[in-house]
Design a protein around this ligand. Structure first.
Ligand code: DGT
Ligand code: CA
Ligand code: CA
Length: 576
């Protein structure tokens, strides 16, 4: 069994347990374990052979999970899951994805109305049956109908970070084939778009049938949808989410066309329209086989060759959206994009003091292991009651604990921080004298995101003008595919941030990526230092950094543009 298959079982188990009202801590443990397993370089099945003890060395895998894993590897099944599957239909699990209704309501819909699919739910909502359910009402029915529209729209796309382990695993297995020389992802995945509609993979091979056979037999492939001489489309089994079944296009190309095919199938369509026009102006033709002058092949073996034939430097895939890349390429001023190794600090994370799962010291140790030199502990402020947010007194005690942790670890600096809510009435959730004592304050909107633009702006400006606020965290508050961001006049906000020396965050969580690519590029134009932070809620959360860096790259950010690439001393000087 592959890691991803095992991960999927635990993800499904968490979903089903959620419907039974299991506690949030246990659910999160299963979901985190699923993510960890999916991206683990070693094969779980091999580790399991040496027993549960060796599995417990994986961070986040305790005794209970380790024993379950051994059973899964030995039998291919998770008995507890099999039992739950008998009781709860797949369609009911899908209802959990509807924004605005939680497991309790879904359980009521299933138990009291016996509805088992999204279509049945829509019909019942339209017929007024949902509104009549105890504890529901007309408003909930409307929320459900709106939520169903959103689910159906977003069901088509998958977070880049969820697709990554799948792509990597398929690429690895194609690479291991005798006949295959080069393999790469293309399409939106390679451009590191925040979500992907389908996956595109290219190989060069002396035996295209072998590559296609291998893909068809891959454990993650559910069905072959179409197969030709050089092209195959398959449907993958669902990953991390009962609804989404990604499809994947495999194309087998000859060596001399590999670069041209990479360029063509990486897109974007908008970027490639300009490429073709540019070729025409030079009396050339460019397609997925190469660059041609009349019938004569000019280039195509590498992407660099293709761009060079058009008089252009190589353009990083993340920039290929026909935004500014051609202008910059022509001027010779393409940015040298930031990489994940450039990052030295992480300025947004949680501990068990609020809704995190690890202690201050555990978070610091994990950050240090990942090569970070400094972190800020930013637990929630009191408004976030759901997460056991901190009032002034608890926060001060928490900071004392942080100071204690500092003396227990070397090689990493820990800032006393806070993620402070900006309240609906445009005041801060904690008094100024407390904020003044912090080393680092991330101000955020959590509630009232649907307020009118004027009020949202007023709230953000309150925070930006507060001299103790260091940065605005996840500025828009969006959750990709689930919740739109607040209505913000970004120009006004960015201007104020630039004037007051307030930083802007790219929150690296796969579902946030907030600022997005376009706004992060705009913030850079205003000269605002940007921090890319993970918002880690456990030691695994640091793995989200790559997503934030991808978004920063799409925004054209360099190492200089991102504040937390600075050394600790330089960074401290940047904090106002
Ligand atoms: P996605 O899958 O919706 O996340 O976005 P992409 O960009 O991966 O789009 P996809 O999978 O339809 O196609 C991959 C790339 O192949 C696309 O970025 C450009 C290229 N491509 C696909 N179809 C066409 C086409 O009909 N004409 C041209 N010129 N290029 C195409
Ligand atoms: Ca695609
Ligand atoms: Ca495609």
């Amino acid at each position: 069994m592959q890691n991803i298959e095992i991960a999927r079982l635990f993800e499904e188990l968490a979903d089903l347990l959620e419907l039974q009202g299991a506690n949030a801590f246990r659910l999160r443990a299963y979901r985190n374990a699923a993510r960890t397993l999916a991206s683990l370089p070693e094969a779980v099945s091999e580790l399991a052979e040496s027993g549960a003890k060796s599995l417990q060395k994986i961070p986040g895998i305790g005794k209970d999970l380790a024993e379950k894993l051994v059973a899964v590897v030995e039998t291919g099944e998770l008995p507890q899951l099999e039992e739950l599957r008998q009781q709860i239909p797949v369609g009911v699990v899908m209802m959990l994805r509807i924004p605005g209704i939680g497991p309790k309501k879904v359980a009521a819909i299933f138990n009291e109305l016996g509805l088992t699919t999204l279509d049945q739910l829509r019909e019942a909502a339209e017929m007024g049956q949902i509104a009549e359910l105890k504890g529901f009402g007309a408003r909930t029915a409307t929320t459900i109908l709106e939520g169903l529209d959103q689910v159906e729209q977003s069901a088509q796309r998958v977070y880049h970070a969820d697709a990554r382990p799948v792509v990597e695993q398929i690429i690895r297995s194609l690479q291991s084939l005798e006949s295959v020389t080069q393999v790469s992802a293309a399409g939106s995945f390679r451009r590191c778009l925040e979500t992907v509609g389908d996956l595109d993979v290219l190989v060069t091979s002396t035996d295209s049938a072998q590559a296609m056979d291998a893909l068809a037999q891959h454990p993650l492939v559910e069905k072959v949808l179409a197969r030709g001489e050089t092209k195959q489309r398959v449907r993958l089994s669902p990953v991390f989410d009962g609804i989404k079944k990604l499809e994947l296009d495999l194309r087998v190309v000859p060596d001399e066309s590999y670069g041209a095919a990479m360029q063509y199938f990486t897109g974007s369509k908008e970027h490639n329209i300009v490429i073709r026009r540019r070729a025409q102006e030079l009396g050339l033709k460019v397609n997925e086989y190469g660059v041609f002058r009349d019938q004569e092949y000019v280039a195509g073996r590498t992407e660099e060759d293709v761009y060079a034939a058009l008089g252009l430097p190589f353009i990083a895939p993340e920039l290929r959206e026909n935004r500014r890349e051609f202008e910059l390429a022509s001027a010779g001023t393409l940015p040298e994009l930031i990489t994940v190794d450039d990052v030295l600090g992480d300025l947004h994370m949680h501990t068990t003091a609020t809704d995190g799962q690890a202690s201050i010291l555990e978070m610091a140790e994990a950050a240090k292991t990942r090569g970070l030199k400094y972190i800020a502990i930013t637990d929630h402020s009191k408004r976030v009651t759901m997460a056991n947010g901190l009032d002034s007194k608890r926060l001060r005690a928490h900071w004392k604990n942080i100071e204690k942790a500092r003396s227990e670890i070397s090689g990493i600096e820990i800032l006393c921080g806070i993620e402070c809510d900006i309240l609906e009435d445009a005041t801060m959730d904690l008094p100024d004298d407390v904020l003044a004592e912090a080393d680092w304050v991330v101000a955020v909107l959590h509630y009232g995101l649907k307020q009118p633009r004027d009020q949202i702006n007023k709230r953000l400006l309150t925070a930006i003008r507060n001299p103790h606020v260091s940065a605005i965290g996840h500025p828009s508050g969006r959750v990709i595919g689930k919740r739109p961001g607040a209505d913000i006049s970004f120009n006004e906000i960015f201007q104020a941030a630039a004037d007051h020396g307030c930083m802007m965050e790219i929150n690296a969580h796969r579902s946030r990526l907030d600022l997005d690519d376009v706004h992060a590029a705009a913030a850079k134009d205003f000269g605002i230092p940007i921090v890319v932070s993970t918002d880690a809620h456990s030691v695994h959360g640091f793995g989200e950094l790559q997503n934030g860096i991808n978004q920063a790259r799409r925004a054209g950010l360099t190492r200089q543009d991102v504040a937390n690439t600075r050394t600790f001393n330089e960074f401290q000087n940047l904090i106002r």
